[in-house]
Design a protein around this ligand. Structure first.
Ligand SMILES: Cc1cc2nc3c(=O)[nH]c(=O)nc-3n(C[C@H](O)[C@H](O)[C@H](O)COP(=O)(O)OP(=O)(O)OC[C@H]3O[C@@H](n4cnc5c(N)ncnc54)[C@H](O)[C@@H]3O)c2cc1C
Length: 478
């Protein structure tokens, strides 16, 4: 199908507030949402920014009828390798769905489908409210919420999807539906954890909470040497069972060629006073880190402040990132010490893999537990398709580089590390958070074997032509 034909159709059929961009035109670059990850990224011939729900319906119906691959784009920070299957497709950029409002009395926030985590954080904070957001302020609420969405409030509130009250969605059948605890309940269940498989969400409505501690949190970044690694893993192991709900932890390990050693940066965010926060991380401070930076800041600033502001810097630049991930339900200090040694041995002798960053993210389990299917049912509410609610360390490798030719080496090394991690945990089955996936793990690993039949039934009902199939897809099962 010719690019001009596609662009002409949209020009003629969409409402005046919409815009259409031919991607070969250099001027289009500033008008459409860029992709953060350059590895295995989709290619488009046309990008379209619909203005109304009815425009979204027209784009989806057209793409389905003409059999043209398309991707709904929220924040553009999705990085699964499955996205690379879109060649010469249509970018359905949600950029015009950009309003946010907070109803202070009802504790409800309604946000457009393209907004970023920072957008909703600022809007909530301005009204004295809070909600879970992830650890990168430029990530879209779209991708994050539809896969779950976790961050430093998760120990208290659970996932972003746990706070969802309703969505407006244009499904693969072209229907515009509201899904909530009272309407299209089964679809609402699937949207919370596997949502990008069923349609384009134009509007998300969340429950927000009065912000604890007047909206202030402690951000602490601490750097440790490779030789200190076992003490760090001991701390992680202890926290897996006893982490305070107010505390979130990210351990980030890499080989640092400048000092020729392993470096471990621990980020701790505490929702509470500075004194309480410092007391909770006292065991880490006593280990005598080589560097410590502690600040006391409004909560929307935490993702940008964390890890010495590195996510703020890296999330604004397009990267080659080859990801791998595995959920760990137990910590073996001995195995992690061996892994640390292995990272040192390989990365110190092979510069091609020195962009490998290994991270371990931990939240208290309270927020996940409080929103389990059983607890939700007791409140007359719909549970969710997010499958993994037990105490979990979310382990990831990020194969980061500005040089795309290193992708294969980083990919192989990341896979090797995640295989070692899986073996270290004693699990045989790979399970992982879908938003952290590389894309080759398969739907059982992302959504669980238990949930798949239910999700496949939803797929048959709401996306029978399988047009929402480019991001960790579920097949219809037929
Ligand atoms: C630097 C970085 C840090 C991260 N940190 C965290 C973290 O702390 N916690 C966490 O949970 N996740 C985190 N993530 C993962 C993140 O949640 C996912 O990458 C997420 O999918 C990105 O969403 P997006 O809208 O920005 O991306 P996009 O690439 O725009 O979208 C990703 C997927 O969601 C779909 N989608 C997006 N918007 C909509 C919509 N409105 N309607 C329907 N489908 C939509 C897209 O079609 C695509 O399938 C991080 C990612 C990065 C790059």
């Amino acid at each position: 199908m010719k690019t001009d034909e596609i662009a002409d159709y949209f020009h003629q059929n969409l409402s005046p507030g919409s815009s259409v961009h031919v991607t070969s035109d250099p001027a289009s670059a500033s008008a459409i949402t860029p992709r953060w990850n350059l590895w295995s990224s989709p290619t488009y011939v046309v990008a379209v920014k619909p203005a109304l729900n009815s425009d979204v319906q027209k784009v989806i119906q057209y793409a389905a009828e003409k059999n043209i691959a398309f991707l709904t784009t929220g924040g553009g920070h999705g990085y699964s390798g499955t996205l690379g299957a879109i060649k010469a497709g249509i970018q359905l950029d949600m950029g015009n769905f950009n309003t946010v409002s907070v109803d202070v009395e009802r504790n409800v926030m309604t946000a457009g489908g393209c907004l970023t985590l920072r957008d909703v954080a600022d809007a909530a904070y301005a009204k004295g409210k809070s909600l879970t957001i992830g650890m990168c302020s430029k990530v879209g609420i779209g991708g994050a919420t539809l896969g779950g969405g976790m961050g430093f409030y998760s120990g208290l509130y659970g996932l972003m999807s746990d706070s969802l009250l309703s969505v407006d969605i244009v499904t693969g059948t072209g229907e515009l539906l509201t899904a909530s605890d009272t309407e299209n309940r089964e679809l609402f269940w699937g949207i919370k954890g596997a949502g990008y498989n069923f349609g384009s969400v134009t509007s998300f409505t969340y429950r927000v909470q009065d912000q604890p501690n007047a909206g202030m949190v402690m951000n602490a970044d601490m750097t440790f040497k490779g030789a200190q690694n076992e003490s760090i893993w001991e701390f992680s192991k202890t926290m897996l069972e006893s982490q305070p709900a107010e505390l979130s932890l990210v351990f980030a390990m890499r080989y640092d060629p400048e000092v020729k050693d392993i470096s471990i940066v621990v980020n701790a965010i505490y929702v509470g006073t500075l004194e309480e926060g410092k007391a909770v991380i006292e065991p880490l401070l006593k280990l005598d880190p080589t560097n410590v930076e502690i600040s006391y800041i409004p909560w929307p600033e935490a993702p940008d402040a964390a890890n010495y502001k590195i996510t703020k810097i890296t999330s604004a630049i397009s990267f080659t990132n080859v990801p791998h991930a595995v959920n760990l339900y137990s910590i073996s200090v001995k195995a992690l010490a061996e892994l640390t040694k292995h990272l040192y041995n390989v990365a110190s002798t092979n510069p091609a893999v020195q962009g490998t960053l290994v991270t371990f993210t931990q939240y208290a389990n309270q927020g996940f537990r409080d929103n389990s299917d059983g607890k939700m049912a007791a409140r007359g509410r719909v549970g969710s398709a997010f499958p993994y609610r037990q105490p979990t360390v979310y382990a990831q490798t990020h194969g980061l580089s500005l040089d795309p030719s290193l992708a294969d080496a980083l990919d192989a090394f990341g896979k090797e590390i995640c295989t070692m991690l899986l073996e270290s945990s004693g699990q045989t089955q790979l399970e992982l958070y879908t938003n952290f996936a590389r894309g080759d793990e398969g739907p059982e690993a992302w959504y669980s074997a238990e949930n798949l039949p239910r999700l496949q039934a939803l797929k048959r009902r709401y996306d029978p032509k399988n047009i929402f199939s480019f991001y960790n897809p579920i097949s219809s099962g037929e």
